[in-house]
Design a protein around this ligand. Structure first.
Ligand code: GLC
Length: 536
């Protein structure tokens, strides 16, 4: 902490909560969540202490990839409501002093977007160059070996114009050509449209995909590929993603946000740390927060996690603000990856590390991945690569609000089935239970948001071994905190070497540990984690 707390930006002090709109709350009983539904549930989010919402795409879309295939960047899909509903949501949020972050999907459009329809209509259409069209090789095959993230080749043949177009995802999601100046200007206008409405920021979808190799060279083979992995991982996407010129675009996006002031630019980027941090941009003029997905893919092992935290902290550019994520709508839920008890340890980690945390809806009640029978699978990634357990549906099931039919999510059968345990595990029930996940989230958020040290203070590793990790958060003129997390199921023992820590436990995975005095050694049972407010 190198300046007074009030000089930090809202998104540095804040917490982001991701809403997957299809699954949050249905207000019109069509089985699909919508904007009015989100409005109805703002009380919950306010009670929980959430300062900022990020909502996955709500724009008009044929829903081939559930909204990540956009047919109109400045409208609202009727399934979610209309522009009045959107304006109401934004006003309601701002009235509560909460922020709204939209999902922006600039890498590709829907194949139903008028831009693509025009582009496809003929080889000399003025919008032809807005997408990535390429002649076949002399033998008629695709221009190169690039693969689609969702399975199969990334090139789709257009019989009419006798060319291929490139799609990093579904063939219904053609990639825009970001080397084309008009494309860039059109998307900057989209950004301005929403910023003028008062939107507080964007989460930019697949930011590292936006520019591809100009020469379209073949991607090399991934020698570490194993059969259970997605087909896409057979190659290393070194020519199809993360090209240097992408940083120019990110900088331009950021400049548009800066025209308005006080807005946030997040980038969805799955890259190793040393590449990820380049997205902060030269002199931090790139993304404010390149999403940090490190905790998502690693084994839940204290020594691994502690060294990765240090690696990340060490790699950050000066004044680059950190951020942490446990899961999202594309990944397994944290509860399913590490188990219910460790999910409590995980949220203490998330909410006490240095940097902005993002919480995925439903994690606050410990929602699990829900097994979706084959004949009910909706996600194209699951449908295209059956048998590999790659469907993202399990992490996208309806929010469990109460024990009524359909869990209070909807009055009719939801688009995805609800966890069978919903009558036991829901917001209404957990709200009154001292041992519940929800109570823990509520306490941790309140603590974090009332302690400048936890919001913006420095991070210092203290100790770690194969079971546990301990670190300190400190800030001049504010309380000091020691966090000790047992990431194993067995008891662990912490004998501090250089300092005798004394203080009081202010939050813990279980209420029995709260208010306990600490004086020297710390012993924890399996799956326990504590936050200690130190005496000095
Ligand atoms: C991002 C989104 C994911 C989507 C993909 C294509 O990774 O998070 O849900 O399928 O981009 O837009």
């Amino acid at each position: 902490m190198d300046k007074p707390i009030n000089q930090y930006a809202w998104w540095q002090k804040g917490i982001i909560y991701q809403v997957y709109p299809r699954s949050f709350q249905d207000s019109n009983n069509d089985g699909i969540g919508d904007l009015q539904g989100i409005i109805q549930r703002l009380d919950h989010l306010q009670w929980l202490g959430i300062p900022a919402l990020w909502i996955s795409p709500i724009y008009p879309s044929p829903m081939a990839d559930f909204g990540y295939d956009i047919a109109d960047y400045t409208g609202i899909d009727p399934i979610f409501g209309n522009m009045d509903d959107f304006d109401e949501l934004l006003t309601e949020l701002h009235n509560r002093d909460m922020k709204l972050i939209l999902d922006l999907v600039p890498n590709h459009t829907s194949n139903q977007h008028p831009w693509f329809i025009e582009s496809k209509s003929s080889i000399d259409n003025p919008k032809r160059d807005w997408y990535i069209w390429h002649d076949p090789l002399p033998d008629g095959s695709p221009p190169n070996n690039w693969l689609s993230v969702f399975g199969g080749p990334a090139w789709e043949w257009d019989e009419n114009s006798k060319q291929f177009y490139y799609h990093a995802f579904l063939k219904e999601q053609p990639d825009l050509n970001w080397r084309n100046e008009e494309v860039k200007q059109a998307m900057m206008d989209v950004i301005r449209f929403w910023l003028k409405k008062g939107v507080d920021g964007f989460r930019v979808d697949v930011m590292w995909h936006m520019i591809k190799d100009k020469q379209f060279r073949d991607n090399p083979v991934n020698k570490d590929y194993e059969n259970h992995m997605a087909d896409y991982e057979k190659l290393l996407p070194v020519y199809s993603t993360d090209q240097p010129m992408v940083h120019d675009i990110v900088r331009e996006m950021r400049a548009v946000l800066d025209e308005f002031g006080n807005r946030l630019l997040i980038g969805e980027i799955y890259l190793p740390v040393h590449k990820l941090v380049t997205y902060y941009g030269h002199e931090n003029k790139g993304a404010h927060l390149p999403f940090n997905f490190l905790l998502l893919g690693l084994p839940w092992d204290a020594s691994v996690i502690s060294s990765v935290i240090d690696e990340y902290e060490g790699a950050l550019p000066e004044n680059g603000w950190p951020n942490w994520v446990l899961d999202n709508h594309d990944q397994s839920r944290i509860t399913s990856r590490v188990g219910f008890m460790q999910a409590k340890v995980a949220v203490i980690l998330l909410l006490t590390l240095r940097g902005t945390p993002t919480i995925y809806y439903g994690d606050e009640i410990g929602m699990r991945d829900v097994p979706i029978p084959f004949n009910e699978v909706m996600d194209p990634q699951g449908l295209n690569m059956p048998g590999k357990n790659l469907s993202r549906d399990p992490a996208r099931t309806p929010m469990q609000w109460d024990d009524s039919l359909y869990a209070g999510f909807s009055g009719s059968r939801p688009w995805l089935r609800i966890d069978k345990s919903y009558a036991r595990e829901n917001v209404a029930i957990q709200k009154n239970k001292p041992f519940s996940m929800l109570t823990l989230y509520h306490k941790l958020i309140a603590l974090r948001q009332s302690e400048p040290t936890l919001m913006v203070g420095d991070y210092k590793p203290v100790y770690s071994n194969n079971q546990m990790i301990a670190y300190i958060r400190h800030a001049e003129g504010s309380s000091r905190f020691l966090i000790v997390l047992n990431m194993s199921h067995r008891p662990c023992y912490f004998k501090p070497q250089h300092e005798v820590f004394t203080g009081q436990v202010v939050a813990a995975t279980i209420p029995e540990l709260e208010d306990m005095r600490i004086d020297g050694d710390i012993n924890l049972s399996g799956d326990e984690g504590i936050i200690i407010k130190l005496d000095n």
